[in-house]
Ligand binder design. Structure first.
Ligand SMILES: Nc1ncnc2c1ncn2[C@@H]1O[C@H](COP(=O)(O)OP(=O)(O)O)[C@@H](O)[C@H]1O
Ligand SMILES: CC(=O)N[C@@H](CCC(=O)OP(=O)(O)O)C(=O)O
Length: 311
């Protein structure tokens, strides 16, 4: 029987064409040194949005980025979404979705399907991407280890006809009112990378569907993450003319939500970033997850490609 070496299990390393290429690679690695030092030992929460989950090369690059962070001494925690994947499954079951301010109204028939897609299919796919890159990721849901305790989210809206506030019932949509990070520390302490599905449990053990941005922000706060990276399918927050806004203060962000420039799924994303930075995170960034290696570009180069939200 042939003896299996450790290196046989590692993912393929791209071939280096010649010395010039090798020197270029070495230069890039050396250039990353100040950043490696800056983040050594830090916890970084990465929100991997359903729209950012590309096919093939792109998702492989994401898995490599997260594995690399771990291997250089950073503690990454991934909180993933799965909105488009949920919609596809609900469509197959002929169940219609309705959204209020970017949140999916979730009735009793939908919550089981949503939990199945998020904690089952998507969670395992994301963990597998990281495992394939040579690190060890463990997929859990917010219900595991009592990580995310949730409460029903209550929303009100102003009725344009009567100008009165009306209650909007979003069903089993929850918000994380308590996060117990012990299970995350246990995994991180064992050299593992937690991959978290955004569902939580209520007082009676009922399941709540939590917007993944909100879940990521709550996790980032609970572990005092130094950074929150939000990967999505646009270059960042865009202005009225579709141009990228590179930096946003809390005040500017609120004004853009109010005047409708920021709408739909971008609202919980920006609100989460604001909560994170106002709650003590050093920075929160909304990034284009369609750019390969966007996490590495953001953390280890000057060319941070998205919108930085500051307090
Ligand atoms: N001002 C804005 N800048 C960028 N995107 C915006 C803006 N307002 C609304 N959006 C929408 O928000 C979407 C991102 O949110 P969402 O669909 O929930 O993504 P994800 O699945 O990554 O969480 C974008 O695809 C875009 O359609
Ligand atoms: C309440 C609510 O809207 N939950 C989201 C959970 C998934 C999610 O947020 O996924 P993305 O990050 O890919 O958008 C949903 O049902 O789509």
């Amino acid at each position: 029987m042939s003896k299996k070496t450790h290196s046989e299990k590692l993912p393929e390393v791209p071939p280096v064409a010649d010395l010039e290429d090798a020197q270029q690679q070495a230069k890039i690695l050396a250039g990353a040194l100040p950043y490696l030092r800056r983040y050594a030992g830090d916890t970084i929460v990465v929100k991997y949005g359903g729209h950012a989950m590309g096919e093939g090369e792109l998702s492989r690059a994401f898995g490599y980025d997260i594995a690399l962070l771990k291997l250089v001494g950073i503690n990454p925690i991934v909180v993933h979404g799965g909105g488009p994947q949920i919609s596809a499954m609900l469509d197959r079951l002929h169940i219609k979705s309705q959204f209020v301010d970017g949140l999916r109204v979730t009735d009793e028939a939908m919550i089981d399907v949503i939990e199945m897609v998020l904690s089952g299919t998507v969670n395992k796919q994301v963990a597998a991407l990281i495992n394939h890159a040579g690190a060890m990721a463990v997929g859990i849901s917010g219900k595991d280890g009592g990580l995310i305790h949730a409460q029903k989210l209550l929303r009100t809206k102003v009725d344009p006809q009567t100008n009165q506030e009306i209650k909007v019932d979003l069903g089993y949509v929850g918000y994380p009112d308590k996060v117990d990070p012990r299970v995350l520390y246990a995994l991180l302490g064992s050299g593992l990378i937690p991959v978290v599905a955004p569902v939580g449990a209520g007082d009676s053990g009922e399941t709540y569907n939590i917007n993944a941005d909100t879940a990521a922000g709550a996790v980032a706060g609970a572990v005092h993450a130094s950074r929150l990276l939000m990967l999505t399918d646009v270059p960042g927050v865009l202005d009225k003319n579709g141009r990228l806004i590179e930096e946003l203060s809390a005040e500017e962000a609120r004004a853009l939500i109010k005047d409708g420039t920021i709408s739909g799924g971008m609202i919980p994303k920006v609100e989460t970033c604001l909560d994170a930075v106002l709650g003590g995170a050093k920075a929160a960034v909304i990034l284009d997850g369609r750019i390969p290696h966007s996490c590495l570009l953001e953390l280890f180069t000057r060319a941070g490609p998205g919108t930085l939200i500051k307090a």
